[in-house]
Design a protein around this ligand. Structure first.
Ligand SMILES: NC(=O)c1ccc[n+]([C@@H]2O[C@H](COP(=O)([O-])OP(=O)(O)OC[C@H]3O[C@@H](n4cnc5c(N)ncnc54)[C@H](OP(=O)(O)O)[C@@H]3O)[C@@H](O)[C@H]2O)c1
Length: 302
């Protein structure tokens, strides 16, 4: 677990505390587990940028105040993680079209005192699929488990915007995935969108019809979390993307997928590509991807 500032410490800002000056942050509650500083600080150094990236724990309901304080203290940007992505959407001065379509803000850009909301969940997902599988989502039939959660909804909407060949959405609380399916249908970009029940037989059937299987639930984070999908439903032709990352071991989904001979990608890859896109939003510079990857790998190994 890493150091972090409390909300109270943020509000009583002591600029002398940080050398180089703190100019970027990640907020969430909790936040000590975030590996983003270990990814971004080496990138800032490699690019010769006199700034550092810190963690700040912000309680629910205080995101707007925190954003205004970051702007007053000369910050350039902020990443936003659980549970603040929806509150952040309402707290910014402006959102771009993608963040508005994805319904959440996970990256804040501060320019001339204005708070600009961006979302890197969807674009980070697309880059990860390209980098890990050499595939474009537009060519794929996609199954998303956990499509009713924040990250699952963002990825589902992004797949809809990419006009993927077909999209099947599953969520433990079925009403949420059905609502996301309705929303994507209404966008009119992906013609074949449906919701399936959270049951072993339906999941196996949906996997049979899919090329890319995505876990966007939080299952797999803790040791002892069970399998999401029957292991024999996973085939060597599948591309399997687990958005969860777990220090010190593979998730059950990725272990089953690898055993079946499928190609796999984990949540660390997504974190890397999302981080790179945030960096590009803040600095209009290509992100030093290999430096960021190494920083993350070192952080996970700790
Ligand atoms: N690697 C990355 O960069 C990255 C980025 C974003 C998210 N993530 C990961 O993605 C996961 C989801 O994040 P989020 O922001 O979408 O969280 P969220 O909004 O809280 O959504 C959680 C999702 O998990 C489902 N879920 C929780 N417990 C479950 C259980 N016991 N059985 C079945 N489904 C269950 C929820 O279903 P209900 O709707 O039924 O509750 C919901 O679909 C987390 O593990 C997060 O770390 C990773």
């Amino acid at each position: 677990m890493g150091d972090y500032l409390t909300f109270e410490e943020l509000m009583k800002w002591d600029a002398g505390r940080f050398t180089p000056p703190a100019r970027l942050a990640v907020i969430g509650d909790p936040i000590a587990h975030s590996r983003s500083p270990q990814m971004h600080n080496p990138a800032l150094k490699a690019c010769g940028i006199e700034a550092q990236y810190i963690r700040v724990q912000v309680p629910e309901g205080r995101v707007g105040e925190a954003f205004r304080q970051f702007a007053r203290c000369g910050f350039l940007g902020v990443n936003i993680t659980i549970p603040h992505k929806f509150e952040a959407l309402a707290a910014v001065d402006e959102v771009d079209d993608l963040a508005a379509a994805l319904g959440a803000v996970n990256t804040l850009v501060i320019r001339d005192g204005r708070l600009l909301g961006r979302n890197t969940d969807g674009p980070g997902f697309l880059r990860s699929v390209r980098a890990a599988f050499g595939a474009e989502v537009s060519d794929l039939r996609v199954l998303i488990l956990g499509a009713g959660g924040g990250a699952g909804r963002a990825v589902a909407v992004q797949c809809g915007l990419e006009e993927c060949r077909s999209l099947v959405l599953v969520n433990r609380s079925a009403g949420k995935s059905a609502a996301v399916a309705d929303e994507i249908r209404a966008m009119g970009r992906c013609r074949d969108v449906s919701a399936a029940p959270w049951e072993a037989a339906a999941l196996a059937e949906a996997a049979e019809q899919a090329d890319l299987i995505v876990n966007a639930t939080s299952l797999g984070m803790k040791p002892g979390d069970g399998a999401l999908i029957p292991a024999d439903a996973l085939k060597s032709r599948h591309l399997v993307f687990d958005m969860v990352y777990r220090a010190g071991g593979e998730t059950p989904l990725l272990a089953d997928a690898r055993a079946a001979g499928a190609k796999v990608v984990d949540g660390l890859t997504l974190l890397l590509h999302q981080g790179a896109i945030s960096f590009e939003h803040w600095f209009d510079l290509p992100a030093p991807l290999e430096v960021m990857r190494e920083g993350l790998q070192n952080a996970i190994a700790l």
